[in-house]
Design a protein around this ligand. Structure first.
Ligand code: FE2
Ligand code: FE2
Length: 214
């Protein structure tokens, strides 16, 4: 009886997490956005606005994937010693998701229509890595976070010079992601071999190319 109850609870919790990730403006951040009232944009052309929105849409989808990865992993991984830390990291990812969402709104644009697809794929990958073992699962987090960090650095350069508010968001995200990668490695995550990282890079290329527009 208790078992079926906890299973039902789990399912409801999972469903709630899916909704909070995929429904726009549903995620509630624990920290205020780094794009505070003190940070102002300079005027942007329509082309610059569209470019900034495309980049922020990619970052938003990246955060959707991070949610799915952590949630998938949470279903299957044991992670007894580091569960608390991973939950803290997952909460910070919710902040990122909400900040990117808010910034997209400021730019009068919308999240990617492909988010459910990328959510499902990332959830599957997270759950698979978690089932293989904690070392692999943590290694997957570390490799993903490193890749996200690279993206963020690129986007900080590519954003229109006038877009200070997106930059403020991405800067704080870069600090957090580096910390997440370090946590996962310190917790015993295995360093992934180059071919696996290359595969992940190709996946993320596919994501960035499609989500920039869609
Ligand atoms: Fe993040
Ligand atoms: Fe992260």
């Amino acid at each position: 009886m208790t078992r079926s109850h906890s299973r039902a609870d789990n399912l409801i919790q999972q469903f709630d997490a899916v909704l909070r990730t995929l429904v726009p403006h549903a995620a509630s951040p624990s920290r205020p956005t780094p794009a505070t009232e003190a940070v102002h944009d300079e005027p942007m052309s329509e082309e610059e606005r569209r470019h900034a929105a495309g980049l922020m849409r990619i970052n938003h989808t990246g955060e959707v994937c991070a949610q799915a990865l952590y949630q998938g992993q949470g279903m299957t991984a044991k992670l007894p010693e580091v569960r608390g830390q991973m939950e803290q990291a997952a909460q910070e990812e919710i902040d990122h998701l909400a900040w990117c969402d808010a910034r997209l709104q400021e730019l009068h644009d919308r999240p990617s229509l492909l988010n459910p697809l990328f959510y499902a794929a990332s959830f599957g990958l997270g759950a698979t890595a978690g089932a293989v073992g904690d070392q692999v699962s943590l290694g997957f987090v570390a490799a993903t976070e490193e890749q996200v960090g690279q993206h963020l650095e690129e986007h900080l350069v590519k954003l229109p010079p006038a877009d200070h508010r997106s930059r403020a968001v991405l800067r704080q995200m870069a600090i957090d992601e580096a910390h997440h990668a370090q946590l996962a490695l310190e917790a015993g995550g295995s360093r992934f071999p180059a071919p696996v990282k290359l595969g992940m890079k190709l996946m993320s290329k596919l994501m960035t190319k499609s989500v920039y527009r869609v």
